[in-house]
Design a protein around this ligand. Structure first.
Ligand code: SAH
Ligand code: SF4
Ligand code: F3S
Length: 431
């Protein structure tokens, strides 16, 4: 069959999509980039905010035009209470519904559906063979050859943090670290295949290893990855400020391949809200962490995520967030209006703040942060920087796009003719 996959959500989902593709290819299916020619359409979903869910439901509605194809839906949204009933009632064109613990069973279910035409639903919460944290499909994607210059490698699945606003622990389950020897084997092979950059992924990478038999933490893993020959850059996503140990900062400062980019979601600047969010740190502790990073890694960039409008966030709480942004001067920030997620503790709180007020706060925050993002970019004017080239820029094929160590995008005109491989990816060097 020809399959077409659409991905919503974060980098973990993107990485899982690559694994899904590898599994399908392993049993003889081929990818098509044109949905009209697909015999199988897979939608990998997200439910972090209501806006993501709305977008996905709209997308699923449109799939009724593709009557020839088997439609499979998987990912986080499938694990939410009530969603299966909703899909069965209003989206009858969906043939296979797979939860996050069953993702690896997709090829088997496709075969089963093709033979029986009976709808398949598997949203069991079992840490079994369908769980990507458990399978050897990671190796598969590498054997098949990863495209491009950069590869994502999931190192830990799930989340134990239960931030009070967040759905992830409910839909992705408890933390499961992958075995270090499997991760290292994958990365060594990727490097042999010509990959220059790896991104180590997890909802909270710095809790990596706590559930392993051997004593091993994220800093130890980074040290091992740094030794892999052929690799030029190591990135990681996402790290929780509470778990960012001194050992980890010093390790990152000492390893030449680990990018000096710290993404540290602040979420809120008021201690009251941080506590209600169950984030496990105060504004003072966060500020100390940033200062320590800036001492050990003076050339680093620091980026963040911030939520405005958590239930009953007062004007004074919001002013605390603005003050933190003002004091820290992040290089970049992803900002969100709080979105209630049913089943999470925060969704139980009756909220007095209007959506209009929340949107106004978001706008003020974005205006403030934009001024610091501009400042941070202006600092690079006239400087020579090393970038990892990602390929032609989206808007202009004659201009190339690359990233600095600090994760800033740089557009430039190449001096020599670029080598473009199938699907438009640019491969640096001779690979
Ligand atoms: N595991 C990562 C990020 C997960 S989701 C971490 O903890 O940093 C990415 C971001 O989405 C979060 O950092 C948070 O800012 C935002 N987010 C999560 N739940 C949200 C909600 N209910 N409403 C609005 N934003 C939310
Ligand atoms: Fe969600 Fe918090 Fe886990 Fe991040 S650390 S995924 S925000 S519960
Ligand atoms: Fe969304 Fe799931 Fe990622 S809810 S943000 S795709 S972990």
């Amino acid at each position: 069959m020809r399959y077409f996959i659409t991905t919503f959500g974060c980098q973990m989902n993107e990485s899982d999509t690559v694994l899904l593709g590898s599994m399908l290819q392993e049993v003889g299916h081929q990818e098509t980039l044109d949905i009209n020619t697909a015999d199988l359409i897979v939608v990998n979903t997200c439910c972090i905010r209501q806006s993501a869910e709305n977008k996905i439901l709209g997308y699923l509605g449109n799939l009724k035009h593709y009557k020839q194809a088997i439609i499979a839906v998987c990912g986080c949204m499938m694990q939410k209470d009530g969603i299966v009933e909703k899909l069965l009632k209003s989206y009858r064109n969906i043939d296979i519904i797979l939860g996050t613990f069953s993702t690896a069973k997709l090829p088997m279910y496709v075969e089963q559906f093709a033979a029986t035409s009976q709808k398949i639903i598997d949203v069991a919460e079992e840490y079994a063979e369908g769980d990507l944290a458990n399978t050897n499909v990671h190796e598969l994607k590498i054997q098949q050859g990863q495209r491009g210059h950069s590869a994502q490698v999931s190192i830990i699945y799930g989340c134990n943090n239960y931030c009070s606003y967040c759905i992830v622990p409910y839909v992705r389950g408890r933390e499961r670290s992958r075995q270090p020897e499997l991760i290292m084997r994958d990365i060594r092979q990727l490097a042999k295949n010509g990959i220059k950059e790896v991104q180590l992924l997890g909802q909270n990478v710095n809790s990596y290893g706590h559930d392993l038999k051997e004593k091993m933490d994220f800093a130890d893993l980074l040290t091992q990855v740094n030794r892999v020959e052929g690799l030029k850059r190591i990135r990681y996503m996402t790290s929780h400020p509470r778990d960012f140990s001194d050992k980890l900062i010093k390790t990152i400062a000492s390893l030449d391949k680990v990018c000096q980019h710290f993404h540290l979601p602040l979420q809120a600047g008021s201690n009251k809200i941080l506590s209600l969010m169950n984030r496990g740190y105060t504004r003072e502790e966060y500020f100390d962490l940033v200062n320590k990073i800036r001492i050990f890694c003076p050339h680093s960039t620091i980026t963040t995520d911030i939520i405005v409008g958590f239930p009953n966030e007062t004007a004074a709480d919001f002013a605390d967030t603005m003050e933190m942004v003002e004091k820290i001067k992040f290089d970049m920030a992803y900002t969100f209006v709080y979105s209630p997620r049913s089943g999470t503790p925060a969704a139980q709180i009756s909220d007095q703040v209007t959506i209009v007020e929340k949107k106004m706060r978001l706008q003020s925050l974005q205006e403030l942060q934009n001024s610091f993002s501009l400042q941070s970019n202006t600092k690079l004017l006239g400087q020579m920087v090393t970038v990892m080239v990602e390929g032609p820029s989206k808007n202009n094929p004659n201009v190339f796009s690359g990233r600095t160590d600090g994760n800033k995008i740089v557009l430039f005109k190449p001096l020599c003719a670029p080598k473009i491989t199938a699907r438009g990816y640019f491969r640096p060097g001779n690979n």
